[in-house]
Design a protein around this ligand. Sequence first.
Ligand SMILES: [Zn+2]
Length: 147
Amino acid sequence: MASNDKQRKLDGRYLRMAHIWAENSYCIRRKVGALVVKDKMIISDGYNGTPSGFENVCEDENNLTKSYVLHAEANAITKLARSSNNSEGATLYVTASPCIECAKLIIQAGIKRVVYGEKYRLDDGLRLLERAGIEVIYLNVETSETP
Ligand SMILES: [Zn+2]
């Protein structure tokens, strides 16, 4: 099996895991999951939600997402700040394309590849990642099922 094919299959599996991880999110409007993988090890994970110690409610009384809700990528990257691992050269798997704020964190975290599964309405995050020389891969997990 060609190594590209192998990588694609691995990418599909990790992205499907990120989709499952998104189920942890208690946000109602949108559930996003993220995994940081380095040397074939999952070194961090995240889903969108409020900061540690806050109520597990993402939406306000008008059903709008609270301003202090962290995105899945931000949760995964900041979790690494409290661990002994680091994301230099890692791959980020995220179920939705990163926004511009998360793209900045991804660049500064030394992440070199981003595999995402759903296009967000704005693409400025993706464009920023590409500008920083990060490999950005869109993968539709529905069609990348391993036979
Ligand atoms: Zn974001």
